[in-house]
Write a new protein. Structure first.
Length: 158
């Protein structure tokens, strides 16, 4: 606690409501109104000091991270990995397309019984089912694929 000679007397104007709240808090803590006001001022100053310290420390951390991890290097690695994934995705798409057209050719060779219009209708419906499948959310896929009765019914509908 500061010595009496270190203290400065100052006036503070409070609203009636603020004064009542300060008095209630002071009564709970068994201290005077003046002591409660001093504690609130100390807390406010501490909070402001912490804010300044946090900003200062965050600046140091940011500076250290930038010294260790160069943003341009990180961007280059991320871009390289993104390009790699995009190329893999393109390869997968090419293989899927090849399998799709191979399946069409096999079905054309096997489907001697139906007309050309029936085959076109079957192909159109199969594409619609494929589009519907691709629009499903991740959480829906497993239950969709495990519902073999439904899959069988859709396939027979072609």
């Amino acid at each position: 606690m500061a010595k009496r000679s270190d203290r400065i007397i100052t006036s503070v104007y409070l609203t009636k409501e603020m004064c009542e709240q300060v008095d209630q808090m002071a009564a709970k803590g068994h201290i005077s109104r003046n002591e409660q006001i001093r504690r609130y001022i100390e807390k406010g100053l501490d909070v402001e000091g912490y804010s300044q310290n946090i900003d200062f420390i965050a600046g140091i951390i940011r500076q250290e991270l930038l010294a260790i991890y160069h943003i341009e290097d990180i961007k280059a690695v991320v871009e390289q990995q993104a390009n790699r994934i995009a190329k893999m995705h393109m390869k997968s798409g090419k293989v899927d397309a090849a399998a799709f057209f191979l399946l069409i050719k096999v079905l054309m060779n096997m489907a001697q019984e139906g007309t050309s219009d029936q085959f076109d209708q079957m192909l159109s419906e199969a594409i619609a089912l494929g589009v519907d499948y691709m629009q499903k959310k991740d959480f829906q896929i497993n239950s969709f694929l495990h519902d073999t009765d439904n899959l069988r019914g859709m396939a027979e509908g072609l």
